[in-house]
Design a protein around this ligand. Structure first.
Ligand code: CA
Length: 365
């Protein structure tokens, strides 16, 4: 018995030695790195903890903290806490914060092609956006676009088809858009401008008071879930759905490249996988919550959901095509990315007309 125990101890010692020797060469660097902890700041364009948009980065932080066993902790800041909502990209680029959560179309002044990665009017829905991004070459082009700024983008959630917005007066014709002061960012704003409206850029937190005071006549924001939270139904009577301008608006996580490269490989992977999980999670949440919010708006607040007349929608589509063509003509990068986008949209539309669209029609029979 004594002999056997001695033999076992000997064997155990030899195998420990083998493990430590094998481990030495290969991963001593990682072992040292893995003891190191990282504390990151994540700045956002949203009010702190705002439903969906603001809770997604909080959920991301929680996930990363748990997955890394506390080796990487992420603290989330609302708009204005460290930097204003429209300065998130610069803060990440300069390293003021290691991460950001915002929407790429806020940076169109810096990069005309950036809005493609939020939404294209009459373009992809959420499902198609994710398909193009992760399996159609989209994310590679997005990373190339942000590379000169030392920023790495990741998909950061999707709201699904948004609402066209809240209007103080009814829209019965294209003429009703003349001179209309409407908060609508990105390419949608350019389209509205083409039809005579005056697009205004405001962050979420400014919208209610601007609409209430009459500084703006209309605003798009997101959809029932988020719009109810801001209480727009108290200050504007007409709610138009079918957001032609943002048929599947994607949010973004941005990471400072230098900070990312300082992480050991496993923490980099955790960041990547957590963004992917939150990207899907936000869409799941909106799919569930929009329904409840729609019921509350209809039944509790008497809001009537409306659609633009067909000729208004047709004019918006025509103007969208013109805006996109102009952007392609004036910016080489926009044209290059749109080429890939269009090609994917042609294919996916053809198949989705046969699958998704057919199915929706059949389901309602
Ligand atoms: Ca929007």
């Amino acid at each position: 018995m004594k002999k056997l125990v001695g033999k076992l101890i000997g064997l155990a010692f030899i195998s420990m030695l083998a493990v430590s020797c094998g481990g030495d060469k290969q991963s001593s660097g990682d072992v040292v790195k893995s003891q190191k902890t990282f504390k990151w700041k994540l700045v956002t364009s949203w009010p702190k903890n705002f439903p969906g948009l603001g809770t997604a980065p909080e959920n991301f932080a929680k996930l990363v903290n748990e997955m890394s066993g506390g080796r990487l902790t992420v603290k989330v800041y609302g708009a204005g806490e460290i930097v204003p909502g429209f300065e998130v990209f610069d803060a990440v680029s300069q390293g003021t914060a290691q991460m950001g959560h915002a929407a790429s179309y806020y940076w169109k002044g810096k990069m005309p092609a950036a809005p493609i990665f939020t939404a294209i009017p009459f373009g992809f829905n959420a499902q198609e956006t994710n398909g193009w991004l992760h399996y159609g070459g989209g994310i590679e082009m997005w990373r190339e676009l942000y590379k000169p700024f030392g920023v790495i983008p990741f998909a950061g959630g999707n709201t699904g088809v948004q609402a066209a917005g809240w209007f103080k007066k009814e829209i019965n014709s294209v003429a009703d858009l003349q001179g209309l002061k409407i908060r609508i960012p990105g390419l949608g704003g350019e389209v509205m401008k083409k039809l005579g409206a005056v697009p205004v850029a405001l962050t979420g937190g400014e919208l209610f008071t601007s609409l209430q005071s009459g500084a703006i006549d209309a605003t798009e924001w997101v959809g029932p879930y988020n719009d109810l939270a801001f209480g727009f139904h108290k200050v504007a009577e007409h709610y138009y759905t079918s957001g032609w301008h943002e048929p599947g608006a994607m949010l973004e996580f941005t990471v400072n490249e230098k900070a990312y490269n300082e992480l050991p490989k496993d923490l980099q992977k955790i960041v990547e996988v957590a963004t992917r999980a939150i990207n899907q999670d936000m869409l799941d949440e909106y799919t569930a919550r929009n329904n409840n919010a729609m019921e509350t708006l209809k039944n509790k607040h008497g809001v009537v959901f409306k659609s633009f007349p067909n000729d208004v929608m047709a004019a918006l589509k025509q103007a969208s095509n013109e805006v996109i063509a102009e952007q392609e003509a004036s910016d080489e990068t926009f044209a290059k990315i749109m080429k890939s986008y269009r090609q994917f949209q042609l294919q996916v539309s053809e198949y989705h007309n046969l699958s998704e669209v057919e199915y929706y029609k059949n389901r309602e029979q």
